[in-house]
Design a binder for this molecule. Structure first.
Ligand SMILES: [Zn+2]
Length: 257
């Protein structure tokens, strides 16, 4: 399967000496059912109405540049496809910088963990429901079923998309997941916001403290998140293990783009 890495939202500084943070999304050309987008990043509604669709608080701490040419839909079109070719969207979670482009793909099925759906749908607290007010075609997955994969548990193939796995990485939010794809050169694992900075995957890593502050502000279960980060550290050391990247690390994105 051909897998494209797209930056669908450049944001403010990722720390001293770092390039600006990104919203790293994947566009997958599947054999099973057209195009699959993993996270949407920011969308056209966010560019048109930043305050209404993202909120003053998000604009303050994330400082997104908000360019329409960075939205997933415009990048899909530049690759020669139509928005309607995106049959599925898989979300790591429903924070604003991960689902902002949903209204640009109104016909897509939107796959996510049931606990994330339950937490986010009221659109309260850290969640803002502008991106899903149009009523997407939700496909939810509960946490009870699933298999073991690369040291992770509760891993599910997506309905109708056997080449793509939902990998529960709970803790950043109640239903936060990673998404694994078997690409031409091996497994990729989009880890969403399970961690932010690439050095977090090293036992002896150091990273800008701003990332820890941001994580502390957002995360709903710290112990769970850190346990999942440990699993990610182990997974990248496995022979044949996945290439892992977070949603926002600009250097990890540059390696893939
Ligand atoms: Zn995020």
């Amino acid at each position: 399967m051909r897998v494209h890495s797209l930056n669908c939202g450049t944001m403010g500084s990722a720390g001293p000496g770092e390039p600006p943070a990104v919203c790293h999304c994947l566009l997958i050309e599947t054999d099973a059912d057209g195009l699959v987008l993993v996270d949407t990043g920011l969308g056209l509604l966010n560019v048109k109405d930043p305050v209404g669709s993202l909120g003053e608080d998000f604009l303050g701490w994330a400082a997104p540049v908000l360019r329409s040419e960075e939205t997933a839909v415009r990048q899909v079109e530049r690759l020669g496809f139509a928005a309607s070719d995106v049959r599925h969207v898989v979300l790591t979670h429903l924070h604003r910088d991960h689902c902002g482009g949903l209204p640009d793909f109104p016909d897509a099925s939107v796959h996510l963990h049931a606990a994330e759906y339950d937490a986010a749908l009221p659109g309260e607290g850290i969640y803002l429901n502008a991106a899903y007010a149009h009523g997407p075609k939700w496909v939810t997955y509960d946490g009870a079923a699933g298999d073991e994969w690369m040291g992770f548990t509760g891993v599910r193939e997506l309905d109708g998309l056997p080449e793509i796995l939902m990998v529960p990485l709970l803790g950043h939010t109640p239903g936060h997941v990673g998404v694994a794809v078997q690409a031409e050169n091996g497994w990729l694992l989009h880890a969403g916001d399970a961690y932010f900075h690439r050095h977090e995957l090293r036992e002896d890593g150091t990273w800008p403290e701003g990332w820890d502050q941001l994580q502390a502000r957002a995360e709903t279960d710290r112990a769970q998140r850190l346990a999942n980060r440990d699993r990610l550290r182990e997974a990248v050391r496995r022979p044949g293990g996945p290439v892992v990247f977070s949603a926002h690390d600009p250097v990890e994105y540059a390696r893939r783009a």
